[in-house]
Design a protein around this ligand. Structure first.
Ligand code: KG4
Ligand code: ZN
Length: 327
């Protein structure tokens, strides 16, 4: 059985078809990077409008890449968390299509969808495991006792780590979204600046606002010309501090709940230095393939299977849930 997943929680318009909850049939993502780039971040109203323009072609392409509607038994859509307007576009569209096609529509929590991306691996991690979710909006550690059973172990008290990458990239004059260009810049130098490892010594709570500020202070101290000249060093030093804290916290979480498996998911899980640093955090470490780390429709469809098994149908009157939590 196939599910068509629709994802519009932030600035990617995405649709994907997944077979039996584990095999990707198609995965189409229309990125809005160019629309938001000159603003240095996502402009919610522009994101909603772009979703309206992109949804029909993206869904058509995702269906065409599979076998069309023939094998699609159900739809799944992200109801939250995310931007209210962006969620509303996808949710309204999915309701209409499900109604017209006479198929059930299942509700997807975007955070569970990032975890469900792991189910699309050739060899997915078997629960129980600890999951580090690292995106532009969230940074949290969960104990995954079973699929659908999530316990929040710790989360950021301020900025998400992806948000910190984006803000530091902006400080360094790199384009939005900042994660990928910052990682590329970092690869060209050693982490010579000693930035703080916020809250690393104890507990499972995280914080990235202070680290971002430390970079801002250093940039100011160096002056524009010197900061530009040493941009790669600044990028490498920030990245090293951020991924080291994540690796320390992930390892601590595994020890604390007695898990031997760790999974790292979300847009920031694409970062190679993070992957290197967390590799030793547990006996087995998993991450989704690169194209399933950032927002996409295949992971939404994969989560749709979990929702379907729980009978979580989207009610006709359902509203978006911008602040939806997990666990
Ligand atoms: O999961 P995602 O696509 O969207 C949210 O649900 O937020 O994550 C986007 C975030 C952005 O902040 C982006 O800069 C960051 O993931 N990101 C990275 C990398 N690729 C994307 N951060 C660090 N290194 C990367 N290679
Ligand atoms: Zn996401």
């Amino acid at each position: 059985m196939q599910i068509l997943g629709i994802e519009t929680s932030c600035d990617e318009t995405a649709a994907g078809v997944v077979d039996d909850g584990v095999r990707v049939v198609s995965n189409v993502v229309a990125s809005q990077v160019e629309v938001h780039a000159s603003y240095g971040g996502v402009v919610p109203e522009l994101a909603s409008r772009e979703h309206e323009v992109n949804l029909v072609p993206v869904v058509r392409e995702a269906l065409a890449a599979g076998g069309g509607w023939a094998n699609v038994e159900a739809l799944a859509v992200t109801v939250g968390p995310g931007l209210q307007g962006s969620l509303l576009v996808g949710l309204t569209f999915a309701k209409a299509v499900a109604y017209a096609a006479g198929r059930p529509l299942y509700r997807v929590n975007h955070l569970e969808a990032h975890l469900a991306a792991l189910r699309l691996l050739e060899e997915p991690p078997e629960p129980p495991f600890v999951a580090l979710l690292a995106t532009g909006g969230h940074t949290a550690l969960y104990d995954v006792a079973a699929w659908g059973e999530y316990r929040l172990l710790g989360e950021t008290r301020d900025d998400a780590v992806g948000e910190a990458f984006d803000k530091v990239a902006r400080l360094l004059g790199l384009p939005y979204p900042g994660g990928p260009p910052l990682e590329r810049a970092a690869a060209e130098a050693d982490p010579t600046f000693d930035f703080p490892r916020p809250m690393a010594r104890k507990g499972l709570a995280l914080s990235f606002a202070g680290l971002k500020t430390a970079v801002a202070v250093k940039v100011k101290e160096l002056g524009a010309a010197e900061a530009a000249r040493r941009r790669a060093e600044l990028a490498a030093s920030f990245q090293e501090a951020a991924v080291e804290v994540l690796a320390i916290k992930a390892a601590r979480a595994c020890r604390r709940v007695g898990r031997e498996r760790l999974a790292v998911v979300g847009g920031v899980a694409a970062n190679r230095r993070l992957r290197e640093r967390v590799a030793a955090a547990a006996a087995e470490v998993y991450w989704p393939p690169l194209e399933l780390c950032g927002d996409n429709g295949a992971m939404t469809a994969a989560a749709g299977f979990l929702a379907a098994a729980r009978g979580e149908i989207v009610a006709p009157e359902a509203d978006p849930e911008p602040a939806l939590a997990l666990g």
